[in-house]
Design a protein around this ligand. Structure first.
Ligand SMILES: [Zn+2]
Length: 52
């Protein structure tokens, strides 16, 4: 039996990969890529965000 050959998840096509972490705003639900230790929501300027 040859069961090899499943889908390979490679994210090289994601331009945001490696240029910051993704966050979700706890205030408005906006998802964005933030840089630095204190990313701020681009939509509502809240710093209450969660890394995703
Ligand atoms: Zn927000």
């Amino acid at each position: 039996m040859c069961s090899a050959g499943g889908p390979i998840d490679v994210d090289f096509n994601d331009p945001l990969k490696g240029k910051g972490k993704k966050y979700r705003c706890n205030e408005c639900g906006q998802t964005f890529t933030g840089l630095g230790r204190h990313p701020m929501c681009p939509s509502c300027q809240s710093e209450d965000v969660t890394e995703i």
